[in-house]
Design a binder for this molecule. Structure first.
Ligand code: SAH
Length: 350
């Protein structure tokens, strides 16, 4: 029998579970608090439960493992990168970034990714599996415990495509923002998607207040296809309509992400076309000078050329920022820490 994942239940679900094993519903409240406020990792630590109940829980439920394997701390800006091991031996990475306005944690939503974006390290080995709600929470809970820092903002921009793991992702958001749990405001949670249209629409209808970031990376359907295979499935027009729908339903302004690749999408005509897309929309665009990965031959534009690109958009009244590079002295781009680890262990096994 596979033991059930107790950290992925909402409080109501946990109450039903407790009743189903002959326990009083109020036990669920105690257990939920241990799991989501006191952030314990074993039943043994739940000291206000009897030994008999702890044993009973242990025999039927599990708290899926998220265990730190490695922590790198940037000497430049104190960014922390974490590598976590999961119960089946897979590894994921998460990042803690310290800003003046509070700490942000960037988490992974899948082990690997199947979206195939050309410049991204996370997708090279394909998708291994989806993360459970409890595992996404676990990344944050462990970081909060290990660093002793209060986490204020969450960005789901690590490895994986959150809208390709839809139900688990939505459950994760509900648990994370639950006032009886860690209670992180939904307005402080941002999810980034490559543009899976049906699930963007579904997300718009969930009644959540999270920020949606869309990875654009190309200013026309044809250009988007060069960098993002997912564009073969969903046309740029449809993706933009889904963004508008999200804004209409939630009132949350969309963020567009645009990774600047030298000579590929950073030319004058690209800026012009982008202005055409963005000018009529209530949005914000974040330019990310591409972080080159060993496996691909993409170059980062110079600082000056990125600034030029930014200025062009700004002159047309568009809200634009260039993403500040964090932790550049520790395994740089998304997914590179995990990739290094996976490669090393593969070599050891040979
Ligand atoms: N699957 C989600 C999250 C990806 S990571 C998505 O596609 O949006 C967050 C952002 O970083 C995405 O916009 C992604 O395209 C971008 N990104 C990934 N690797 C990058 C790299 N090496 N350089 C610059 N941006 C990168």
């Amino acid at each position: 029998m596979i033991k059930k994942d107790i950290r992925s239940y909402t409080l109501e679900e946990l109450q039903q579970e407790m009743e189903s094993i002959g326990e009083k519903a109020f036990r669920a409240k105690q257990i939920y608090e241990w799991l989501h406020v006191k952030l314990v990792d074993s039943f043994e630590e739940m000291t206000n439960l009897s030994k008999a109940l702890r044993d009973k829980l242990e025999s039927q439920y599990r708290i899926p493992l998220v265990r730190m394997l490695e922590r790198q701390i940037s000497k430049i800006d104190d960014t922390n990168k974490f590598l976590f091991e999961l119960e089946d031996g897979h590894v994921v990475e998460s990042v803690l970034m310290k800003y003046k306005h509070g700490n942000s944690v960037c988490i992974s939503s899948q082990v690997g990714c199947r979206m195939g974006c050309k410049f991204c390290a996370s997708t090279i080995g394909g998708l291994e599996r989806n993360l459970l709600p409890s595992e996404m929470l676990g990344e944050i809970y462990q970081i909060q415990k290990i660093s002793g820092e209060r986490v204020a903002n969450i960005v789901v921009m690590g490895t994986g495509e959150p809208l390709d793991n839809y139900e688990n992702f939505v459950k994760f958001v509900r648990l994370l923002s639950d006032e009886k749990g860690l209670h992180i405001s939904q307005r402080n949670i941002t999810i980034s998607t490559c543009g899976i249209v049906p699930n963007m629409k579904r997300l718009a209808e969930e009644g959540l207040q999270i920020t949606l970031a869309l990875s654009l990376h190309g200013s026309t359907q044809e250009k988007r296809k060069v960098l993002m295979p997912v564009a073969n499935k969903y046309e740029l027009d449809e993706v933009l309509k889904a963004c508008d729908y999200y804004f209409e339903k939630t009132g949350r302004r969309i963020t567009f992400e645009y990774s600047l690749v030298q000579g590929v999408n950073d030319r004058d005509e690209d800026a012009k076309e982008l202005i055409g897309i963005l000018q009529s929309r209530n949005c914000h665009i974040n330019l990310i000078p591409v972080n080159p990965i060993k496996e691909r031959d993409f170059k980062k534009p110079s600082r000056k050329s990125a600034e030029n690109f930014k200025n062009k958009l700004e002159k047309s009244g568009i809200n634009v920022t260039i993403r500040r590079e964090m932790g550049s002295d520790i395994d740089g781009a998304c997914g590179q820490l995990r990739r290094r680890y996976v490669k090393t262990t593969e070599n050891l096994e040979k």
